[in-house]
Ligand binder design. Structure first.
Ligand SMILES: O=C(O)CCC(=O)C(=O)O
Ligand SMILES: [Fe+2]
Length: 310
């Protein structure tokens, strides 16, 4: 199964036909995932379910979106912070991103609503392709969560209930090539506010993750590699067993970098899983509304411990 590693990060083969609950393959993939998340907060899912044709089509549709006039693409399309356009940030001049909020499971209606704002007459091809693509990433997110709950030997119903209250957002990121004397930092080091973030790059390097040793490593941008990062909500859920993965973007190639991401949230409360609280791991975090956390994070990023800690 997953003997492969890229740097320190294990690769889990999501295409393995034996990757089914109850099999030995499932069990060992879960253990690999759990130790990777506990060590460095991330792992790779390897999959060719997104065809080259679909990946290229999504990237070129997103390019069309980024090429729209600024006053069009910057329109607010969700009331939630970090869920619409994000860019034109003086500290991050190379960076721009757009988000489509599904406000629940991935669904085509949300993409149509979004496309109607951007193109006024909608855009069928955009809606079809993004829906197909986001559904494949949603499936990957759900498999990863099922593997994880099994790896902690938790009742399946706990995972069912998390998946039922999961809300997704798809984002696309674009980075300009820096000028010769310009700083090449695309996006500063941070952790995400999510449970999982699945990142899928356009073969241009740039995404780096911080290992537990403190070392920053480049990620593999190949099209069959999906880097799955643990966010703050998963850290809280696991009672600090899992690390939220610190990552950043550094633009080293003279090529435009694009990337896609599926972000998972909870439309109910983020809570520590009770079975993961014991004498050695006393409860560290409060329970909270995920979107209240997102709002707090967007206003007071330096004070998040006061929001999270018991
Ligand atoms: O550009 C990317 O691949 C990831 C961007 C990112 O980390 C974020 O927006 O949270
Ligand atoms: Fe991020």
């Amino acid at each position: 199964m997953s003997s492969q590693m890229v740097s320190e990060i294990p690769v889990i083969d999501f295409m393995d036909e034996n990757l089914k609950p109850g099999t030995e393959t499932w069990f060992s993939a879960g253990q690999v995932m759990r130790s990777a998340l506990e060590a460095n907060g991330c792992f790779y899912a390897m999959s060719n379910k997104v065809s080259t044709e679909l990946h290229n089509s999504v990237l070129s549709l997103m390019k069309e979106l980024f090429d729209l006039p600024l006053e069009i693409k910057t329109q607010k399309t969700s009331d939630k912070p970090y869920h619409s356009y994000y860019g034109q940030i003086p500290m991050h001049p190379l960076y721009e991103s757009v988000g489509i909020d599904f406000d629940g499971p991935v669904n085509k209606e949300a993409i149509q609503k979004y496309a109607n704002v951007m193109w006024s007459t909608g855009y069928d091809h955009f809606c079809e392709s993004i829906n197909l693509y986001a559904k494949l990433l949603e499936e990957m997110d759900q498999t990863a969560k099922r593997l994880l709950f099994d790896a902690y030997d938790l009742d399946k119903r706990h995972c069912d209930s998390l998946l039922e209250s999961t809300s997704y957002m798809i984002r696309s990121f674009k980075y300009l090539v820096p000028h010769d004397n310009e700083d090449n930092l695309g996006l500063r080091a941070h952790t995400d506010v999510t449970y999982f973030t699945i990142l899928h790059q356009n073969s241009v390097t740039g995404l780096q993750v911080k290992l537990k040793t403190g070392e920053w490593i480049d990620s593999d941008p190949s099209p069959s590699m999906f880097l799955i990062l643990a966010g703050d909500a998963l850290k809280v859920w696991s009672n600090d067993r899992i690390k939220a993965c610190e990552h950043k973007i550094v633009i080293k190639e003279k090529k435009e970098r694009c990337s896609m991401g599926l972000f998972s949230f909870n439309n109910k409360m983020v809570q520590t899983q009770e079975e993961l609280i014991d004498e050695d791991h006393p409860k560290r975090y409060k329970s909270f509304d995920h979107y209240e956390y997102v709002a707090f994070h967007s206003k007071f990023p330096s004070q998040i411990s006061s929001f999270l800690l018991v």
